[in-house]
Design a protein around this ligand. Structure first.
Ligand SMILES: Cc1ncc(C[n+]2csc(CCO)c2C)c(N)n1
Length: 224
């Protein structure tokens, strides 16, 4: 079994909770309250601005031109495809681009992005990939699973979201990241593998927290 398969198998209990979350299920059956989705889109846009930086750091830390080029491709696809989906949704919700970019991050968004950026900036390339992989992998899996439901990808509001994350392009990029983690983990001492596992666990948990934050539209508890 590869390193990534081992992590995937071990974390299935949390992974399944992510898939079963009412926010995810609501996208799949089309019953999610559109206000919750609106909140999610704004927070996810802020999340993606920082996530894109993670890919840029990956390009800096890459040891060869092929890896550097792939990170550049991921940066481009995040900024120009994934974020453009969000910009399109913002239009539907009457949110201006300015409002979108200057929105206030919720505590979970801030904690998640800062954790990933810290792992990406101060750790090895393997640590950066361990931090970013659960988000790509779980979205790709969720999109693919929801896309199997008859009519889900034609839903007026959530259809495009499902189509984007189940697309073959996203699947390919996700598989490339999985392969990269396995390559980088090869021959590493147990202490380093434990560190990678810990980072992967943290961002898998953050994925659940992000769904939950959006579902409850959770901002700072001290806000008026
Ligand atoms: C909280 C949260 N987690 C994961 C993703 C998905 N995602 C983020 S970057 C990327 C790859 C290239 O764009 C993918 C699939 C998201 N949007 N929001």
């Amino acid at each position: 079994m590869t390193f990534s398969q081992r992590l995937y198998k071990k974390l299935q209990p949390i992974w399944r909770k992510n898939h079963a979350h009412p926010f995810v299920q609501g996208i799949g059956d089309g019953t999610l309250d559109s206000d919750k989705f609106r909140f999610f889109m704004i927070q996810d846009y802020l999340y993606l601005i920082d996530y894109a930086k993670l890919f840029a750091i990956g390009a800096v830390k890459a040891n060869d031109l092929n890896t550097m080029g792939k990170f550049a491709e991921l940066l481009d696809s995040t900024m120009n495809e994934e974020m453009s989906l969000h910009r399109e949704y913002a239009k539907k919700f009457n949110i201006s681009l300015e409002e979108l970019e200057n929105a206030e991050p919720a505590p979970t968004t801030l904690a998640y992005t800062h954790y990933m950026l810290a792992a990406g900036q101060s750790g090895s390339l393997a640590e950066l990939v361990a931090a970013l992989l659960p988000c790509m992998w779980s979205y790709n899996e969720i999109g693919t699973e929801l896309n199997l439901r008859p009519g889900a990808s034609e839903h007026e509001l959530y259809g495009e979201w499902i189509s984007m994350y189940s697309s073959s392009e996203f699947t390919e990029l996700t598989n490339w990241c999985i392969g990269l983690l396995d390559e980088l983990a090869e021959g590493k001492p147990q202490s380093e593998l434990d560190k990678l596992e810990e980072i992967f666990l943290h961002t898998t948990r953050f994925e659940y927290m992000f769904w939950d934050m959006a579902y409850h539209q959770q901002m700072w508890p001290t806000d008026e």
